[in-house]
Write a protein that binds this ligand. Structure first.
Ligand SMILES: Nc1nc2c(ncn2[C@@H]2O[C@H](COP(=O)(O)OP(=O)(O)OP(=O)(O)O)[C@@H](O)[C@H]2O)c(=O)[nH]1
Ligand SMILES: [Mg+2]
Length: 429
């Protein structure tokens, strides 16, 4: 690698596990204290997932955010002292910062400043496995970075590695504006190609009469575990946030005999960064095109209701708020009946399941079955005349459009659903 190219890149080591962070939260009038505490707890978990520990949490109350420094000059001094006391090289904000706020705070403190979006992007970068996933994350990172790559900002970024500036696969994140723009353009074109390919695959599935079910839900709700319980997919499961970035799709038969595919998807989180939603559009289209959503919630979680609200908000944002959905109240092996009851009172009937023990899986499959509209495809059949019972079955279970006779053969144009189509496989022309 040439000297000049080296200069443009941020040098990174492997993700350090020992960064010490101070967590900062601005509380505005109207903020619900319980939600603030949940959100801070979640930020601690996110920070930990990214490879750092929170040494202290600093809270500031203001009537409105300070445009230049968010928390105000005075509080910034307190924060600076806290960084020194705890020897923290990293400050994480439980909100998003404007590019100038980020730069001002970084200049004053002389430590790395990371906001919520950047932290989540960082975790996605750590987690991305497939090329597609990596490119989606890098696209989101570069779009986030572009307005922040000015003068001292980029000089700061060049010096420091670790949380906030690592690209997917621990590669170095580009900081040259011209190169960043070029990479954004390339990734966008690439993702467009991916979307087209996926669209064709989905079209084939639909033509084959196979229904599609997408598992959606908050991060760590147990979507991958449930996919495994439903289909033995062997999907990756971990008690960390955003274990899944790439979709996994598996087929299985429902109690009615109808075949469907279940697709595991990336988890949602409250205030999911918009750049991520945009970058993961190809992945989220699986959700858009699904016949039924399987909404998974960790019923044992104290903030389950908040999680459901956040999931609904994302579903609305990507335009699938009205799709048929089955609610799976997961982790019933550790949730109390009261917790399940409260969720049902708020969000309507749910199926109580445990991906761990297998409780409720059969009922869940029946609920999915009931929510799938019978999907019919048009076929042309040639049935020997002596197979009268087969012809009768098409009339009874399908919709016959036209019937002709050729020699000893009955020729039928009909619309049939997937199970019937499979039974008639030998006669389809
Ligand atoms: N007790 C209990 N734990 C569960 C159950 N289902 C999942 N878990 C645990 O919850 C954690 C998260 O499970 P995952 O399946 O990775 O969750 P996910 O929704 O796919 O998470 P992301 O991919 O990170 O969004 C793991 O530690 C699982 O073992 C359950 O029914 N009961
Ligand atoms: Mg998962």
């Amino acid at each position: 690698m040439t000297e000049e190219r080296n200069e443009r890149l941020i040098e990174l080591e492997r993700p350090p596990l020992t960064e010490t962070a101070i967590l900062v939260r601005l509380i505005l009038p109207g903020d619900d204290p319980r939600e603030v505490e949940d959100s801070l707890e979640e930020m601690r978990r996110l920070t930990w997932t990214a490879g750092a520990g929170v040494a202290a949490t600093l809270v500031q109350r203001r009537a409105r955010p300070c445009p230049g420094t968010l928390i105000g000059k005075g509080k910034l001094e307190t924060l600076s002292a806290a960084c020194e006391e705890h020897e923290a090289g990293l400050v994480i904000f439980d909100c998003d910062l404007t590019p100038s706020q980020g730069a001002n705070i970084g200049d004053t403190l002389g430590v790395k400043v990371v906001d919520r979006t950047q932290l989540i992007l960082d975790i996605f970068a750590l987690r991305a496995q497939s090329n597609e996933g990596k490119h989606q994350v890098e696209l989101a990172q570069l779009e986030y970075l572009l307005p922040r790559l000015t003068g001292r900002g980029s000089a700061m970024m060049r010096q420091q590695g670790g949380i906030g500036v690592r690209g997917p696969g621990e590669q170095k994140l580009e900081v040259d504006r011209r190169v960043v723009r070029e990479r954004i353009r390339r990734f966008k074109a690439e993702l467009e190609g991916t979307r087209k390919r996926r669209r064709i695959q989905r079209k084939r599935r639909i033509e084959g009469g196979i229904g599609t079910v997408a598992l959606v839900g908050y991060t760590n709700a147990g979507k991958s575990s449930l996919l495994n319980a439903l289909t033995n997919a062997g999907a990756f499961v971990e008690d960390k946030l955003f274990a899944t970035l790439d979709t996994t799709t598996r087929r299985r038969e429902l109690p009615s005999g109808r075949e469907v595919t279940f697709t595991d998807t990336v988890g949602f989180i409250r205030n999911l960064p918009h750049s991520l939603v945009a970058a993961f559009r190809a992945t989220l289209e699986e959700v858009n095109e699904a016949d039924v959503l399987l909404m998974v919630v960790d019923a044992s979680h104290a903030a389950a209701e908040e999680h459901m609200k956040a999931v609904r908000a994302v579903l609305d944002e990507i335009g699938v708020g009205e799709k048929p959905a089955v609610l799976a109240l997961n982790k019933m092996d550790i949730a109390t009946p009261m917790q399940a009851h409260e969720l049902e009172a708020r969000f309507g009937h749910g199926v109580r399941v445990s991906a761990r023990t297998g409780q409720g899986i059969e009922e869940l499959l029946r609920a999915v079955d009931a929510n799938l509209t019978p999907q019919r495809s048009r076929v042309r059949l040639r049935i020997p005349q002596h197979k009268g019972s087969v012809v009768a079955r098409v009339h009874k279970c399908g919709r016959v459009i036209q019937q002709d006779y050729e020699d000893n053969v009955v020729v039928l144009e009909a619309e049939v659903d997937a199970p019937l189509r499979r039974q008639l496989a030998d006669y389809i022309v």
